[in-house]
Design a protein around this ligand. Structure first.
Ligand SMILES: [Ca+2]
Length: 339
């Protein structure tokens, strides 16, 4: 019996325990979305032709910096690792290190706590990407505080250019699994679209319109997909992926073919985006009706509508109704007398 218990315990320990995969807390970590989510000082710039991975990296020289701010601060006790890739150009002699600094919140009292470390140029070969791991020094100085921001900067007088790419601050996913994309988003993260009604559209015509979006912060839209009958008549004007402000319009066009069937259409549009580091999506309907074409149809349709409304008003008035009945009786009487 005792042996069986020990065996059971051994098996339970051997089973893989469910562990959340750490996620990168750095937004746009490889600069592939340009400067989005980063603050670049005036001299700092994006290098679109040189990178550790992808196409882009950030580059800084004398007195430049790039910075990323976290709102809300990141719980540093959940940080698993802090790494990045760097390389450098030829120097002009002397020391010109790359500094990495960060700010912690102070929990109640004013002002944050600044800490940092640096990388000496002698440890980085010219033009060769090197992975730097500052996890240990970061955690040593963090003491469980909230990380508010971090930056890379050059402070030395000596001219030397540095490149930075693939910044990784891996953080254990919170137990409530707020990183579970598409599932439970934090209550302050949202992304929604509004329905669009384009009314009557003539065959053979092109209509420009907007798909309104609302998000809790900047929304980087990656895809806009139309579904349902007539989906192939739509095009999006912007080149994707594109960053939109929290209240924006996605411009699109609808081109209805000449032979399109005359009826009402409801085309679904689904938009995928990244908002505040979360992958989100939303859906809306674009409605329109294809008429029989030309303004003649619209004119006749409009006239019939007007007649219908006039009749409804007439019948809605009791006095008018009695006058109408009286008129019918008089006409009937006269027509009978003529026989
Ligand atoms: Ca990159």
């Amino acid at each position: 019996m005792l042996l069986a218990c020990w065996l059971l315990l051994a098996v339970l320990y051997a089973l893989p325990r469910a562990e959340a995969t750490p996620v990168n807390a750095v937004k746009n970590p490889g600069f592939e979305l340009g400067t989005l989510y980063w603050t670049f000082s005036e001299g700092a710039s994006l290098d679109e032709g040189f990178a550790h991975s992808g196409n882009c990296s950030a580059t800084i020289a004398y007195s430049d910096y790039i910075e990323q701010v976290f709102v809300p601060p990141i719980n540093s006790s959940q940080v698993v690792s802090f790494t990045f890739w760097i390389t450098r150009g030829e120097g002009t002699g002397g020391s010109a290190p790359l500094y990495i600094s960060w700010t912690f919140d102070r929990r109640g009292s004013d002002g944050g706590i600044n800490a940092g470390t640096d990388v000496d140029q002698d440890n980085v070969p010219v033009g060769e990407w090197v992975k730097i791991d500052i996890t240990e020094v970061f955690l040593e100085k963090a003491e469980g505080r909230g990380l508010v921001s971090f930056s890379f900067f050059r402070a030395s007088d000596n001219w030397l250019q540095w490149w930075i790419d693939d910044v990784s601050l891996l953080v254990e996913a919170p137990s409530q699994s707020s990183q579970d994309y598409g599932g439970s988003l934090p209550s302050n993260v949202y992304f929604r679209l509004s329905n669009v009604d384009l009314g009557a559209v003539s065959p053979g015509s092109t209509v420009s319109f907007n798909i309104p979006l609302e998000a809790s912060s900047i929304a980087v839209v990656s895809t806009v997909r139309f579904e349902g009958e007539g989906f192939e008549w739509f095009t999006v004007k912007d080149v994707l992926p594109k960053a939109y402000p929290s209240k924006a319009n996605i411009p699109a066009t609808l081109t209805v073919p000449k032979n399109a069937g005359a009826r009402a259409y409801n085309v679904k549009v689904s938009v995928a985006a990244v908002v505040g580091g979360y992958t989100v999506s939303s859906m809306a309907t674009v409605s329109f009706s294809v008429g029989m074409g030309g303004s003649a149809y619209d004119a006749v349709h409009g006239f019939l509508e007007a007649v219908k409304v006039a009749f409804q008003r007439l019948l809605g008035n009791p006095l008018m109704l009695w006058l109408l009945i009286l008129l019918v009786l008089i006409l009937s009487y006269y027509s009978l007398r003529r026989r």
